[in-house]
Structure formats: C-alpha cells, structure tokens
Design a protein around this ligand. Sequence first.
Ligand code: NDP
Ligand code: GDR
Length: 328
Amino acid sequence: MKTALITGITGQDGAYLSQFLLEKGYEVFGVVRRSSTAEAHDARLRFLGIAGRVKLLDGNLIDVSSLIRCLREAKPDEVYNLAAQSFVMASWQQPLLTGQVTGLGAANMLEAIRLVAPRTRFYQASSSEMFGLAQEPVQTEKTPFHPRSPYGVSKLFAHWITVNYRESFGLHASSGILFNHESPLRGIEFVTRKVSDGVARIKLGLARELRLGNIDAKRDWGHARDYVRAMWLMLQQEEPDDYVVATGRTTTIRDMCRAAFDYAGLSMDDHLVIDPALFRPAEVDELVGNAAKARVRLGWAPEAGLEEMIREMVDADIKRLSSSQKQA
Ligand code: NDP
Ligand code: GDR
C-alpha cells in the first residue's frame, strides 16, 4: 500500500485527490493548519464521505519544522503540495502572506523533503495564472510566463524552485500547470461557484441580484475530479516533468454565467449587476491551454464538459440552500 501526504487537504482539490487516492488503496495523510473553528475544517471531506478515512496532521506550510514532523510521521511515498493562498483577488490585499504561503511554502516543503525524505515524489500545484498576460494565443509548457498578480508571481517562484530542486538535487519533483478547475466543492469566492450559488439563491427567492466584475474575461474551465487524476499520473512516471492540464476550450464569464441562469430557467439580464469594485487591478484577459503533452505522455484527457459541470454546481447549491432553509 502506498502512502500520500497532501497539503491543502481541506480545499477543493485536496478533497477530490484524497477520494481518488483512497479508491486506489492509498493511505492518505493531510496537513491541516490549526484553526479555532476546527469543526468546519473537514466539510469538503465530509461532503465526499471520506472524512474518517484520512489522517490529519497539524502543520503549516510556513513552518518548515512542522513539515519535517509531518514527513516523519506519515513517511509518504508521494507528497502533493496543494496548499496556497489561492484567491487571486485577495493576493493584492495580502501580497506578502501570499508570497510566504503560495511561493516560499513550496520551497519549505521541498527543503523538508530534501533533508528528511529525498526519495519522496513531489507534486507542485502550479497554475495557468503564471501565463497571465499570455504571450501566445494557446499556452503550452513552452509558453513564456508573465504573471499579473502577487498570486501569479508567487506561483511562478514555487514553479521554478520545483524545477530547480529537480535539477539541483535530483528530486522526483513535478509541476502541474493546471488551468481553472471547478466543482460543487469550489470555494464560494471563485466566479463559477459565486455564479452557481447566486443563481440558486435567486431561484429559491433568497436573493434578487448577482454582482460580478469583468465578465469579458475568458477561462479554460475543467472539472476538479478530472484534474486530480492528472496530478497522480505525473507522479507515476519514471521521470519527473512539467505538464499543462487544460480542456483546450475557452469561454467568457458572461457565457458561463448565462448557462447557469438558463439552466435554472431564469433570465441573466434581469438579475446580473456589474460592479466596478469587483474589477481587478490587473486582469488576465484570456487563457486557453494545450494539454497535448499530458495526453500523449500521461494518457490524460478531461471527461466533464463545462455545461454539465455548471449544471452539477447549480443543482448542488439548490440542494444545499433548500436543506438549510428547511433546518432554519
Ligand atoms: P483551495 O483554496 O480550495 O484550498 C487551499 C488549501 O490550502 C486549503 O486546504 C487551505 O487550508 C490550505 N492552506 C492555505 N494556507 C495554508 C498554510 N499556511 N498552511 C497549510 N495549508 C494552508 O484551493 P484549490 O483546492 O482550488 O487549489 C489547490 C491548489 O491548486 C492551490 O495551490 C491552488 O493555488 C492551485 N491551483 C488551483 C486551480 C483551480 O482552478 N482550483 C488551478 C491551478 C492551480 P484552510 O482550509 O485552512 O484554508
Ligand atoms: P482565477 O479565478 O482568478 O482565474 O483563479 P476566479 O474564478 O476568481 O476568476 C476568474 C475570472 O472571473 C472574473 N470575475 C470574477 N471573479 C470572481 N472571483 N468574482 C467575481 O465577482 C468576478 N467577476 C468577474 C475575474 O476577474 C477573472 O477574470 C483561479 C484560482 O483557483 C487560482 O488559484 C488558480 O491558480 C487559477 O484559477 C487557475
């Protein structure tokens, strides 16, 4: 039986990855940072029905000694570094924290692995936000980076330190350059989930409007369940490497939002309000990835389409809000 250690296990990807690895027979450990509201911590793991099957260890990505302790306790074959301050908009309000967690945090984990468990395989959660002001119309592993936010800049550091530890110390360290991926477990501040939650509230008569910022931006959206499979596949390869993971299709926020309203039988134009306060200091206008390398080398391809995923998210939010209404 293999053992995995996941940082960010309480987040969207951490939950789906845990489920995927448990199904493969792994023993799964997760690093969890202390919080005064610990009871809310495993909500996503509970949603997937796996909360009792993962072992949670106290730790924090900015405390390297805690990472060393977690590595010694779990003795993992594979480490998935998913922890981050992952909300792009918040990275302008907390740029230094974002740098410490999202950027230096990866270096902390790599250094911990180098010191105590150098044979452990390592996955870094890199991001299409590193392309930012995209230098090519379709982005691949070879496209130059131009990040547009403190988040993107921090992810770029984490990406290059992963490459550097691979080249310097021979670590089995791989980096997945993942484009946006969503699900009913997506954080409520991200635009797809904000839309599915907003549409569900309007449908149930709990709200009248949905406020968004720049709806002309375009994203390449996939489903988190498909994307965690790519993470695992990267660590099963003999040689570590970097891979773009994307669907190859890009859609405006406007069209994604309209699909959600249409599905709920509502008119977007009656409810959508554009709020200038939600525009970003620097925008990533358009992203679309080419995942040919992942397809050829990993045998990976996405299964879920955008419309199907949006429907799943709207349904889940209607169900969640209806049952909390009944309880109230
Ligand atoms: P989430 O925001 O849902 O999860 C982030 C996780 O990081 C949470 O478990 C959070 O814990 C944890 N975390 C934050 N700070 C610390 C810290 N100091 N120490 C330990 N843990 C911490 O992100 P996603 O699941 O969506 O994404 C996973 C990773 O992939 C992130 O690194 C993200 O930047 C990256 N990524 C995501 C993409 C996407 O579209 N989802 C695309 C490309 C990259 P807590 O519950 O305590 O807040
Ligand atoms: P992103 O995701 O920044 O791409 O980062 P997000 O869903 O936050 O924004 C996508 C686009 O939607 C526009 N937008 C809004 N966004 C939010 N959150 N709220 C709004 O009200 C709103 N209105 C318009 C944004 O301007 C943007 O253009 C996500 C995160 O998961 C990162 O961690 C990850 O690395 C990247 O995806 C790939």
